[in-house]
Design a protein. Structure first.
Length: 306
């Protein structure tokens, strides 16, 4: 769009033009037009302007527009929070969310900001703010939404508060595969394989993610027989499944079994990835199998595995 923006239009054409803007200079012209025609008083139009500024990386300009809005609704807050998420200043998401909770006349739509805010808490390790937000979630009964509860579970796990994550998990009235897998993966990463096993046994339905996590956990804990038990019950196996099983044997100093599993992997037509190759190389080195090593080197070169 070139030249001066001059049009007498209502909000919808303005929004269309906003979406086609390629520079901040154009957005500033439209902003001036919206001020002149009082479109800045319309929440939908101003929200789209703020969003366009965020998409152009002009967060300071978007913030200056936002702070001139007399009574921003939760959707406008959400637009700016989404803009700051992933920026160099993610803390601003938490500040905006707190401002929204304290100033908005209605919180209808406020829950849309939760995913970004909870992720920021996790990334910053902001436990105090995480607890405050979770308290508000309980107060507003937003935890009834499994998506919200799953996000809270993942947040506490990433912060390292595994007991808090379990408490939220236990309170959930409805759990889906994401809920179960989050707890299993969290326990495995924390080295709490017995607690992961407890959740795994409670699962009404298991999938590839949960089984792979358990194989990985058992392997890291040198429980190859239990890893093999899970491996054997799986109807579907991917490269991660095979790699985890091979790695389990290598970690347990059982290179022959690792090599047998690798050959089986190739026989069923699963192409190994780099982690699988690294594990097999370790097994071959332990066994001193020179010819196997030469063959594997040739396989790596032929299949261009980095």
């Amino acid at each position: 769009m070139a030249g001066t923006v001059s049009f007498l239009v209502n909000a919808n054409p303005t929004v269309t033009i906003l979406e086609n803007c390629k520079t901040m200079a154009e957005l500033r012209q439209i902003h001036a037009h919206m001020i002149k025609t009082s479109l800045v008083k319309h929440n939908f139009a101003i929200s789209r302007l703020v969003n366009s500024c965020c998409l152009h990386g002009a967060l300071d300009y978007a913030s200056s527009i936002f702070h001139r809005i007399e009574d921003p609704n939760p959707f406008i807050f959400f637009t700016l929070i989404k803009g700051f998420y992933g920026s160099s200043n993610p803390l601003q998401c938490l500040i905006l969310f707190a401002h929204m909770l304290s100033s908005s006349k209605s919180l209808d739509g406020a829950e849309f900001s939760l995913p970004s805010v909870l992720k920021v808490c996790a990334e910053l390790g902001a436990l105090k703010e995480a607890m405050q937000i979770y308290g508000h979630i309980l107060k507003t009964h937003w935890q009834a939404d499994s998506y919200v509860s799953n996000s809270v579970v993942r947040m506490f796990l990433e912060i390292g508060e595994i007991e808090l994550a379990r408490r939220v998990f236990d309170r959930m009235s409805k759990r889906d595969l994401i809920s179960w897998n989050s707890m299993i993966t969290g326990y495995v990463r924390a080295g709490e394989i017995d607690l992961a096993h407890e959740i795994f046994d409670m699962m009404p339905e298991r999938d590839l993610v949960s089984c792979n996590a358990m194989i990985d956990g058992y392997g890291k804990d040198a429980r190859c027989e239990l890893a093999e038990e899970v491996f054997g019950m799986m109807n579907e196996k991917d490269v991660v499944t095979w790699t985890s099983m091979i790695s389990a044997y290598v970690r347990s100093h059982r290179p022959r079994e690792a090599l047998v599993k690798f050959r089986e992997m190739l026989r069923v037509g699963v192409k190994p990835d780099a982690p699988a190759i690294v594990s097999v190389l370790s097994a071959i080195a332990d066994l001193g199998f020179v010819e196997e090593g030469k063959w594997l080197h040739s396989y790596i070169c032929t299949n261009k595995i980095n």
